[in-house]
Structures are given as structure tokens and as C-alpha cells.
Design a protein around this ligand. Structure first.
Ligand code: ADP
Ligand code: MG
Length: 142
């Protein structure tokens, strides 16, 4: 399986619950390495730019409001099949549908406050990583 990089965000709800360590432990135990981290508090405008692909969706405004409601932890993860592996560890968008043992099953309260973001393709991973990180911030662990 190819080595990939992907963007993970621990969303404001999970940061507020103090489960950053638990979430990163799951990545590390499953073969993903953290190669960049950044804690930041996005403005609604910045959250809107990050989620621009969703701007026509009915939940867009609430999503931007939620993502700018408190600090987040953005990370770049590296490892074999990182994009899909991260999505598997996250679980389904709606925590009611998330498989047992996934991050969202264990930590998400609702479809809005669902603990984590993860890139959905290698192409989007590249775009999303460069939203938060420059080349010099990325420290390959291979
Ligand atoms: P994912 O985060 O699993 O990739 P999407 O990219 O479809 O999910 O949506 C981005 C985020 O928008 C979701 O994580 C969730 O917080 C929010 N969202 C998605 N669908 C809904 C919905 N039907 N109602 C409210 N919020 C939603
Ligand atoms: Mg998505």
C-alpha cells in the first residue's frame, strides 16, 4: 500500500472534551505518524474557506460557526494508506451510524459536533494540508 499524507482536524468539541491524546493514540497505534501539528482558533471566514466545497449545502453556515467556536488541532498524518485508514478510524459522519470502536462512535455527540475531520481523497489531502502547513512544517517520519 502506498505511503500517503492526510489532514486530520480534532474539532472544537473534542478539544473541549480533552480527548486529544486519546485520538492521537488511535492514529499511532494504527501505524500513522504525526508529521505536523497546529492548534488554532479559526475565524468563521477561515472555516468558510476551508469548507468551501460545502458552501451550497444547507448545513454550511452552522458548520462554519461550529468550526470557529473554539480551538482546533490540525495535524498532518503520514503512513501506508493514510487517507482511507484515517477515514476508517474516524467512522461515519453521523455518529449514530459510526462503527463501534471508531473515534466518532466514542467521542462524537451529533452530526455537527462529530469530533474529527479527515481528508476524503489524496488530492483533497494535498489541498487541505497546504491550508494549514507549509513545506517546512512537514517532518517526514519515514
Ligand atoms: P465528513 O466530515 O465525514 O467528511 P462531510 O464532508 O460530508 O463529512 O461533511 C463535512 C462536515 O459537515 C461533517 O463532518 C459534519 O460536521 C457536517 N455535516 C455533514 N452533513 C451534515 C448534515 N446533514 N447536517 C449537519 N452537519 C453536517
Ligand atoms: Mg468531508
Amino acid at each position: 500500500m502506498a505511503i500517503q499524507r492526510t489532514l486530520s482536524i480534532i474539532k472544537p468539541d473534542a478539544v473541549a472534551k480533552n480527548v486529544i491524546g486519546d485520538i492521537i493514540r488511535r492514529f499511532e497505534e494504527n501505524g500513522l505518524s504525526v508529521i505536523a501539528t497546529r492548534m488554532t482558533h479559526l475565524s468563521a471566514e477561515q472555516a468558510g474557506r476551508f469548507y468551501a466545497v460545502h458552501k451550497e449545502r444547507p448545513f454550511y453556515k452552522d458548520l462554519c460557526k461550529f468550526m470557529s467556536s473554539g480551538p482546533i488541532l490540525a495535524m498532518t498524518l503520514e503512513g501506508s494508506n493514510a487517507v482511507n485508514l484515517n477515514r476508517q478510524l474516524m467512522g461515519a459522519t453521523n455518529p449514530k451510524e459510526a462503527e463501534e470502536g471508531t473515534i466518532r462512535a466514542d467521542h462524537a455527540n451529533s452530526i455537527d459536533a462529530n469530533a474529527v475531520h479527515g481528508s476524503d481523497s489524496e488530492e483533497n489531502a494535498g489541498i487541505e494540508i497546504s491550508f494549514f502547513f507549509g513545506d517546512l512544517d512537514l517532518n517526514s517520519r519515514l
